[in-house]
Structures are given as C-alpha cells and as structure tokens.
Ligand binder design. Structure first.
Ligand SMILES: *Cc1c(COP(=O)(O)O)cnc(C)c1O
Ligand SMILES: [Zn+2]
Length: 416
C-alpha cells in the first residue's frame, strides 16, 4: 500500500501509480545515485483498515505477514520462504548480572542463511522477480551476499557476488554451495562495492546494494515491525534497542519499522537506539557529531560484518539515531570476544558483529548511558557458525583426556 517515494536528499516525491514512475524506484533522477536515496512511504490509514480486516494475530509467523508495508505486489510475496519472526530469548540471569530490568536477545541467526540480512535479500529477490530481472548482484562483507545467494537459489535466478578477499571462509562456503558466481576482489569492501555498481550497469543485473536500492530497507524494516509485536509478551516496548552498525542500513531499517508501528498505534512509545561500533572502525560517532564522515581510518576489527570505514548509509543511521535520542558506543575486539561467550552462556550463538551489540550494552551500562533497571533488546544479527574461527577463539579449549573414568575425574577436579 505504497503512497509515494520520497528523495531523502531533496524531498522530491514520486508516485508509483503515475505514468512517469515505472523507472523511478532506484534513486532520485534529480540528485543522482550517490545522494538521491529514495524512501518508501505508505498509506497508513489503508494499512490500518487492512489489519482490522485481516488481523496480524491470525497471520503466519514470518515477515510476509507485513505485506501491506512491503513494496511488493501481493502476487510477488514468497510466503513459502520462511524469513523472520525470529525468537527472543529472555536472558533473566544476564539482566540480574547487569542490574537491568530485562535483557532480550533477538536471535536473527535463526533465519534461512543464518543472519538478519535474509530479511532484505528475500524482499530484494522477490522484487527482482517482479520486475523481471534474470540476474542479481551485490557487494558485501559476507552476510548480504550469502543471504542473496540463498534466496537467488530459492528463486532459481543467477547471483553475482563481489566479496573482499578477506571474507571469513564459512560465508564463502555458503556462497559457493548456494551456487553463486563469486568474485573475490583483491581489495577493500569499498572497492568491491564500486566494482559491483559498475558491473550492474554494464550487465543489467539487479542491484541488491542497500545504499541505492530502497526495496532492501523495507525488508530490514520488518525486524522493527516484529519487535513491536513481540515485546508485548515481555513487558512492552524496551527502553533501548541495541544494534551494531556497519553501513548503517540495519539500524535505520529497524527504526523505520518501529516508527511505522508507532504511527499505526501498535505501540504506545518508541525505544531509544543504542548504536554499537568497533573501536578501530568507528566513523558514526564522528558523523553524529559533525554531520559529515571523517577521513577513513586504517583500523580493522574481527567483527567483519561491521568492518566498514566508509558507511554507505551513514546519513540514514545518523537520522535514526537523532530521532531515537540514540547513543553510540564503541567496543574493542576483546569486549566482542567476551560478549560472544556471554551470549553463548544464555543459549544464543553470535558472530562477532552480532555479539558487538551485546558488548555495547555492557559498555553502555558501565558508562551509565543505560541506567539501572532499564530494559534492553539486543539484536543478535548473525550466527556464530558464520565465523567459526572467532567462535573457537571465544570458546577456548576442550578438556583433553584419556578414554577412562579416572581421567574424567582428574579433569573435573582440575577444572573446579
Ligand atoms: C550487516 C550486518 C550488520 C550491520 O548492518 P549495516 O546495515 O551494515 O549497518 C551487523 N551484524 C551483522 C551480522 C551483519 O551481517
Ligand atoms: Zn532528490
């Protein structure tokens, strides 16, 4: 139930129903592809009526339940792809440890390719099919690509993937097993990104890159829509939602979803956002303060999914943080390793970029940004199986023993 597309740069409005619109869904023609990012707006009255008519409570537990808030024709929805409605773990012991009212871990690792990115890729691939694309492409530090390859395989269309040669092996393995054509670029993510954009133009591939394709954000948004519904069972809207930031599209998308649910009257208040970055790769705090990006730094982080020195969607992320009275904290790789263990001790297996959000919560509690007795929902954006080396680093060594009970006994005593 799209009403219009609005250019986030110049404010120009485009109406999909009008005659000149069919080509206007990527970027604003006036502002160009670098600045003219478009944003979908919906007829919320009509959405509300439709939800009264067909209540959410009677719908299937996946993200297609929000059909009216997706930029897809009803016939393009792929309800057979099980994406979203990921479980929430109520980590009570952790809340007690941190002196918080509640700590909720939303386990996005339980999506089809084991990360949050499946939300965007599933909607992107469904849209690519709607517009008749026969190939789709993206540049990614890993998860956007693996989720795209997964959904391209489900759809039976070709996927072209540009990854920096530093991508963790499990993510590469996923790509290759899903049958994507993988270009391992001897260069940075930024270079892989530019190359992908040029290739899309040259070969006419559908471009899955979030920064320029507004359809993808709509997929990411579903996490915010879902949080609004799910938290009803956990004391209502939490004081904070913590999300790690790479390009900035995830946090912006989640905020959009939460805001739409608020505008629809589904929740009575909005949470604050806690953005989390790696200490060595932290352009967002600077952008938040100065309104421009800093010169790209040289540092890196083990959290490959947020190892982004030049975030593509920093403006959207900054806008979201501003309107959410948000704060940003930065965490070291050591803190991330500790948070991998912490999440694990509460039954959630997190990759480094996902654990970073939890590390950020611990940091924010220490810094008194999050106050005692507040409640937090932490987005665990990807599974620990995504980066098994880091998981092993975080987990430590098993007890090595001889195959007899005495050895077990000795080891148990030793370990105590
Ligand atoms: C992509 C990703 C993020 C960050 O999302 P951005 O949109 O780049 O800010 C965080 N965690 C995981 C696991 C990711 O794959
Ligand atoms: Zn514009």
């Amino acid at each position: 139930m799209i009403e219009k597309l609005v250019c986030v740069n110049c404010g120009a409005e485009y109406f999909p129903q009008s005659a000149d619109a069919p080509n206007v869904w990527m970027t604003c023609p006036t502002c160009g592809p670098a600045e003219g990012i478009l944003d979908f707006r919906y007829d919320l009255e009509a959405v509300r009526d439709s939800w009264l008519d067909k209540p959410l409570s009677k719908r299937e537990h996946n993200h297609w339940r929000y059909a009216e808030l997706l930029p897809l024709k009803e016939t393009s929805l792929r309800t057979d792809w099980q994406v979203g409605w990921t479980p929430i773990v109520d980590a009570e012991r952790l809340a007690t440890e941190l002196d918080l009212e509640r700590v909720l871990l939303k386990d996005e690792g339980r999506n089809p390719s084991a990360s949050f990115k499946d939300r965007a890729s599933s909607v992107g691939v469904a849209h690519a099919m709607e517009v008749g694309a026969n190939a789709i492409a993206c540049a990614s530090t890993g998860n956007a690509a693996t989720s795209l390859a997964c959904h391209a395989a489900l759809a039976g269309i070709e996927a072209n993937i540009f990854v920096p040669h530093t991508a963790p092996e499990p993510k590469l393995a996923q790509l290759l097993v899903f049958g994507a054509r993988v270009f391992s670029v001897e260069g940075s993510y930024d270079q892989a990104y530019q190359l992908c954009s040029s290739a899309c133009e040259q070969f006419g591939w559908y471009n899955r890159n979030c920064a320029i394709n507004p359809v993808l954000v709509e997929g990411k948004k579903t996490a915010g829509l879902e949080i609004a519904e799910q938290v009803a069972a956990y004391g209502g809207v939490p004081d904070w939602v913590a999300v790690s930031i790479g390009d900035g599209c995830t946090i912006a998308g989640i905020w959009k979803g939460l805001s739409e649910m608020h505008a629809l009257g589904m929740i009575d208040r909005l949470p604050r956002l806690l953005g989390v970055q790696a200490k060595e790769v932290a352009p967002i705090p600077y952008a938040l303060e100065h309104g421009v990006l800093p010169e790209p730094g040289e540092g890196t982080t083990m959290a490959d999914s947020i190892d982004v020195q030049v975030p593509r969607n920093w403006r959207k992320a900054v806008n979201a943080l501003d309107s959410a009275h948000g704060r940003v904290v930065c965490v070291s790789d050591e803190q991330i390793l500790a948070a991998i263990r912490l999440a694990g001790r509460h039954g959630v297996f997190a990759e480094p970029a996902a654990a970073a959000a939890l590390a950020g919560v611990v940091e924010a509690v220490d810094a008194k940004i999050i106050e005692p007795h507040e409640s937090v929902l932490v987005m665990i954006t990807g599974s620990g199986l995504k980066d098994i080396r880091s998981s092993i680093r975080a987990g430590g060594e098993p007890l090595s023993i001889k195959p007899d009970l005495t050895s077990v006994e000795a080891a148990v005593e030793n370990a105590m």
